[in-house]
Ligand binder design. Structure first.
Ligand SMILES: Nc1ncnc2c1ncn2[C@@H]1O[C@H](COP(=O)(O)OP(=O)(O)OP(=O)(O)O)[C@@H](O)[C@H]1O
Ligand SMILES: [Mg+2]
Length: 703
């Protein structure tokens, strides 16, 4: 469509709030959705055209045409046309009903109500979804579906926070937090929003779910916008009474997942048919030229049949018709019916029914059934698919000591069971009752005010992106985007470093019963290339500190030389943890001096308003400051395997299906989990490891 052509050349998007006239200049896609393919007039030609793109239908059409030519026809044409028309009609009816349902659901979506703010009317008006346009300000209420991608302006929650569920986009069920810019989050009421005339300049529409770069220009200031300030189409607002957003992208730009209908008649059959035809035609030519011509006296050739070769040519087509039973149309129909039946058997399969969630298997397409038996590779995710994604803080290593194991009176390690005595956290009124830890010596170290142990837990309480909610005094609930972080913050909470509240500018802890507020200067966020995250805070004494946690391989490259010895001991501990299949993180900190930090912060602010190369520039700045850090220790988190995983994998192995699992874990952890879920077995003595950081390296090692 025209919109599409336009979008593909769009380099930068300009959206001005509350200015439809201005935005109309750019002809952005509107919010009307159309997933149906036909209308009453186009149905017949378009549908027939589509149907004849299938090899089988096209073949029978050619056959039909051949049979209409009297010179070569050997069978009557209606033996082909009746079944062909039958197949075409049945398919057409099915396509038409499918399309009708799509049309109905489009209508429903387009006509749903949304609340938008229109300049000049000074109140919130109900509008149909399809009339929402880029640049409008929309109000969204709790549990509503986000219909257009928008920039969050303000919400009912403090500091312009709001929570969203993105299950439809990425399948993750944990709530995510979005926060508005501080300047816009103060526009809580309609009169201010009506006068809002900020302009957003951002990237053109693309399909990256986790990236967004833009800037907001408002009253002569520039503010950086990133994905944290966006609500994408497809999420659902949760735990937030209402929020307002500025529409940036509208309409449906996602590709409809269409199951490509592939021809199932194998080429070999056609090749066989042609071969037979050719052989017989050659035979015909030879017979005609040697013997047949002698009969011309009383059986003359037809008028058009001037030579033996031409007779052979005609014979070829006749044989194509006669031999059509090699590709019987009835087979085509019956296979279609069989597949449909087969898909019902899949839906009814008792063994694929989950009673807990009341879900049965569902065959969404009938074209793939027979390929199921030919699966050779299974690609799987690890966390949440093989494992439960329920993270439990198990062990840690602080300043060269490990904590978390239980020993008996003879100093032998004993296994932790349900009956082992838990550490008593009753000294701490804010502790989480469900948290279990069995090694009492860690709590003792905390109570003895061991400086390293305190710094360790302080880091866990500060360096994360968890949100906390205090429903009533002392009743803390954490919302963690990453379950690992949830487990770590909960551990710190129980050991007396309670994370209580966060604002965009500060973090409040309750350290051993004492309320302490840290000014939050910067968050250097986690991504899977960096494999680490940091926070920079100013503590009440006025010192600036950087706390960083991340993958050991990454952290150990960036340590201060003074941490060398500790690094070796910690590495040993880490390998021990990983050998038990625990997920590990290394923790470090760094003192920053005021001048150095000021210079760096200026560069950061500048870089964060760039549109081009913003990510690269930021990564470079992060790299610059995350150097020369001092090691504190490491944590080990357990994520148990899901029920039945080892058995399932053993079965797949028996069927000779190869399994690939994707994980970002430490190598040792991954190998260990591989063993515990039967992926790797002891008799596989040649587990070989490919380690490369570039495409080329990996390619070379695979040879
Ligand atoms: N919140 C975090 N803060 C700091 N470092 C982290 C955080 N989450 C993960 N890491 C580190 O980054 C590495 C890569 O994590 P990533 O989340 O990309 O892996 P993943 O693909 O999710 O793996 P898995 O599916 O096994 O969880 C991890 O091994 C860990 O060391
Ligand atoms: Mg992860």
């Amino acid at each position: 469509s025209i919109d599409h052509v336009f979008l593909s050349v769009e380099k930068e998007r300009h959206v001005k709030a509350n200015a439809r006239d201005y935005n109309d200049k750019f002809h952005y896609a509107d919010n009307r959705i159309k997933t149906s393919k036909y209308n009453v007039f186009t149905f017949l030609p378009v549908n027939l055209f589509e149907q004849f793109q299938r090899v089988a239908n096209a073949y029978f059409l050619v056959l039909l045409i051949l049979q209409l030519i009297p010179e070569i026809s050997s069978l009557s044409w209606f033996t082909t046309i009746v079944p062909l028309v039958l197949v075409l009609v049945i398919t057409a009816v099915k396509d038409a009903t499918d399309d009708y349902f799509r049309y109905r659901s489009d209508q429903q979506v387009n006509n749903r109500q949304s609340q938008i703010l229109i300049k000049g009317r000074y109140c919130i008006t109900n509008e149909k979804w399809m009339n929402v346009r880029v640049g409008d300000i929309i109000k969204l209420s709790n549990n509503q579906f986000v219909a257009v991608s928008r920039h969050l302006l303000c919400s009912s929650e403090p500091y312009g926070l709001c929570y969203i569920e993105t299950a439809e986009l990425d399948g993750e069920t944990n709530l995510k937090v979005r926060h508005a810019l501080t300047v816009t989050s103060e526009m809580g009421d309609i009169s201010k929003l009506i006068d809002f005339d900020g302009e957003v300049i951002c990237e053109p529409p693309n399909n990256k779910l986790d990236k967004f770069t833009g800037t907001l220009l408002w009253s002569d200031n520039k503010y950086p916008l990133d994905n944290e300030k966006m609500l994408l189409r497809g999420c659902v607002l949760r735990n937030t009474e209402w929020c307002f957003g500025l529409v940036i992208f509208a309409g449906l730009q996602t590709k409809l997942m269409q199951n490509l209908e592939r021809p199932y008649l194998k080429e070999q059959i056609f090749a066989f048919l042609i071969c037979m035809g050719v052989i017989l035609a050659i035979g015909n030519t030879m017979w005609e030229s040697w013997i047949g011509r002698n009969f011309q006296v009383f059986l003359p050739w037809d008028e058009i049949q001037s030579s033996a070769v031409f007779s052979g040519f005609l014979a070829f087509w006749s044989y194509v018709i006669i031999l059509n039973t090699v590709v019987p149309i009835s087979l085509y129909v019956s296979v279609e019916v069989l597949r449909l039946g087969h898909s019902y058997f899949i839906n009814w399969d008792q063994k694929m029914y989950c009673a807990q969630t009341d879900t049965a298997a569902e065959a969404r397409t009938t074209t793939l059934n027979e390929e199921l038996g030919q699966v050779e590779f299974v690609f799987s995710d690890k966390t949440g698919t093989l494992t439960q994604n329920i993270m439990v803080f198990r062990k840690c290593s602080i300043n060269g000591h490990t904590y978390g194991d239980l020993y008996n009176e003879f100093d032998q390690k004993v296994e932790i069971t349900e009956k082992s005595a838990c550490v008593d956290f009753s000294f701490n009124p804010l502790s989480d009752r469900r948290f279990r830890f069995y090694d009492g010596s860690l709590l003792e170290a905390v109570k003895l005010e061991d400086a390293a142990v305190h710094e360790f837990f302080r880091l866990l309480a500060l360096c994360h992106t968890v949100m906390s909610e205090e429903k009533s005094e002392g009743d803390l609930v954490y919302q963690a985007q990453s379950p690992d972080e949830g487990a770590l913050v909960t551990a710190a909470r129980n050991f007396g470093f309670v994370f209580r509240a966060r604002t965009p500018e500060s973090i409040t802890l309750c350290e051993m019963g004492r309320a302490v507020t840290y000014r939050l200067l910067a968050i250097l966020d986690f991504n899977n290339v960096r494999k680490r995250m940091s926070v920079i805070v100013r503590n009440p004494e006025g010192q600036i500190k950087l706390y960083c946690k991340g993958a050991d391989s990454i952290i150990f490259e960036r340590l201060d030389p003074s941490s060398e010895d500790l690094m070796h001991t910690t590495l040993e501990h880490l390998n021990e943890f990983a050998g038990e299949g625990l997920r590990t993180l290394a923790l470090t900190y760094k003192d920053l001096d005021e001048d150095h930090f000021d210079v760096w912060m200026k560069k950061l602010l500048f870089a964060s308003t760039l549109i081009e190369n913003r990510d690269d520039q930021l990564a470079e700045l992060y790299e610059e400051i995350e150097q020369g850090m001092k090691l504190l220790g490491a944590t080990a988190i357990e994520d148990k395997l899901q029920e039945g995983v080892p058995e399932t994998i053993a079965c797949l192995n028996l069927a000779d299906i190869k399994i690939w699992v994707l994980t970002g874990d430490k190598l040792e952890t991954a190998v260990n989990i591989g063993y515990s879920c039967n992926m790797l077995r002891d008799d596989m003595n040649e587990v070989f490891i490919i380690s490369g950081n570039t495409l080329l390296e990996v390619q070379q090692q695979l040879r």
